[in-house]
Structure formats: structure tokens, C-alpha cells
Design a protein around this ligand. Structure first.
Ligand code: PGA
Length: 253
């Protein structure tokens, strides 16, 4: 059975003290009221080493929001997958549309990052999703398929099993516009079909596919009720304990 996952993506928010405080608060809330799904928080690099010790790893996983496309060396300002792993983190988000758009991360760069993350024992939350223009031209299916083919379909089935896919329509990220549960289910089912075509039905059945884009406690139950939606990647609503817990609790409804 594939995992149900609610993952937070803090992005470039919260200073170190605020981040540690939020992690503690969330850990206490989930210790008191156990989640029905896997919970992960992905934080800025600088938070990782301080957040890791405050989390009960049976309750909450930890991840980075990015890693370098090089193994090590003279790459000023970069943080390698090995460094991420050494903090105690288990996950890394790769391929987020903000990285693709603002930092020009190409499918080839992302392919390298995925390989390095896996080689260093990290699980990858790999983001895919179309722009509004592409959705309006009804190109969403070809866009997500090309993103998978460009950066993760080179993996062996064994390595692909360490990938969590996050479908995030760019037009829904931070905009308050959520894809309807039907729109999301339609493309999640399509994505699962692409995985099945490449790796077979069993691998596809075991792949968790998360929805991201203005997911909140009010719309999560409807989204998570769909058969091919296995949880969410949460930006804005992961920055407050009560909001994030509200989404985690959607799995109890
Ligand atoms: P959002 O962001 O929940 O703020 O829309 C989701 C994401 O970008 O991962």
C-alpha cells in the first residue's frame, strides 16, 4: 500500500528561532494526537540541523527544499545532498516550479540533483505541474509527462520507489486558487498511468502522488478523498501549526 503523506514546504519564511519553535509546537501537537499519515516538514537549509533534534522521527520526517547538482567542491553558496543528509534530514524537494522558473533549473540539472539525492540516501519529493497558459491550451498532460521523462524516468524501478511525486499546478501555488478535486484527480490518475507505462502497475500502485497548490484544511478532505491523491505538499498553510495540523487531520475524516 502506498503511503499517505502531508509534507510542508516552508520556502523562504521563518527565521531560525521561529522555525525551531514551529517544529517543536508541531511535534507536541502530533505526539498528543497521532497522525494517520506520514508527516514531513521541508525547511530552509539553515534550519535542518536545529530542527532535526526537536522532532520525534517516528512522527515527523525532515527534508530540505533543494540541494546542489554537484557532489562537492568549489561551488560557493551551494549545499550538497550529502550535507543535507548529514543533518539528519531524510527528504529533499526537487523540481519545484519556483526553482525551475526563478533559478532556471532545467530537466538536466534536476536529473543530476535527483541522482545525487538518491546516492546520498535521501528520498525525493519531485514536483511537476503546468502553468496557467499550458492548462488553458490543454497541454497539462504532455507537460507533466515530459517533466517525469526529463528527470526521473531514467531511474531504475528500485530507485524510482524512493520518489514521491508532487503535482502542483503553477496557477494554484500561493494564489488561493485550488484545482478542483476532480481536476486534480484526473491528472493524478494520468500521472499514475505514466508511471505504470514506464515501471509497471505494481510500482505505479505504490507511488505516492501528492497535490500541492493552495491546499488548506477546508479543501484537503475533498482532495484527499480522491483515489489517486495520496496527500499534499503544503506551502503557506504549513507555516502555522494549527493550519498544518488541520490538513494532517483531513486523513481522519
Ligand atoms: P501553497 O504552496 O500551498 O502556498 O500554494 C505549495 C507549494 O508551492 O509547495
Amino acid at each position: 500500500m502506498r503511503k499517505k503523506i502531508v509534507a510542508g514546504n516552508w520556502k523562504m519564511n521563518l527565521d531560525l528561532q521561529e522555525g525551531v519553535a514551529l517544529a517543536k509546537e508541531l511535534n507536541e501537537a502530533l505526539a498528543a494526537d497521532k497522525p494517520n499519515c506520514d508527516v514531513v516538514i521541508c525547511t530552509p537549509f539553515i534550519h535542518l540541523a536545529s530542527v532535526a533534534p526537536v522532532l520525534d522521527c517516528n512522527l515527523i520526517g525532515l527534508g530540505a527544499e533543494n540541494c546542489a547538482d554537484k557532489e562537492k567542491g568549489a561551488y560557493t553558496g551551494e549545499v550538497s545532498a550529502k550535507m543535507v543528509k548529514s543533518t539528519g534530514a531524510q527528504y529533499v524537494i526537487l523540481g519545484h516550479s519556483e526553482r525551475r522558473e526563478y533559478y532556471k533549473e532545467t530537466p538536466e540539472i534536476l536529473k543530476e540533483k535527483v541522482l545525487l539525492a538518491l546516492a546520498n540516501g535521501l528520498k525525493v519529493i519531485f514536483c511537476i505541474g503546468e502553468s496557467l497558459e499550458e492548462r488553458e491550451a490543454n497541454k497539462q498532460n504532455e507537460v507533466v509527462k515530459a517533466e517525469l521523462e526529463g528527470s526521473v524516468f531514467n531511474l531504475s524501478a528500485e530507485d524510482f520507489a524512493k520518489i514521491v511525486i508532487a503535482y502542483e499546478p503553477i496557477w494554484a501555488i500561493g494564489t488561493g486558487k485550488t484545482a478542483t478535486a476532480e481536476q486534480a484527480e484526473e491528472i493524478h490518475a494520468y500521472i499514475r498511468g505514466c508511471v505504470a507505462e514506464k515501471y509497471g502497475a505494481e510500482v505505479a500502485e505504490n507511488t505516492s502522488i501528492l497535490y500541492g497548490g493552495s491546499c488548506k484544511a477546508s479543501n484537503a478532505p475533498e482532495l484527499f478523498a480522491k483515489p489517486d491523491i495520496d496527500g499534499g505538499l503544503i506551502g503557506g498553510a504549513s507555516l502555522k501549526c494549527a493550519d498544518f495540523k488541520g490538513i494532517i487531520d483531513a486523513w481522519k475524516k
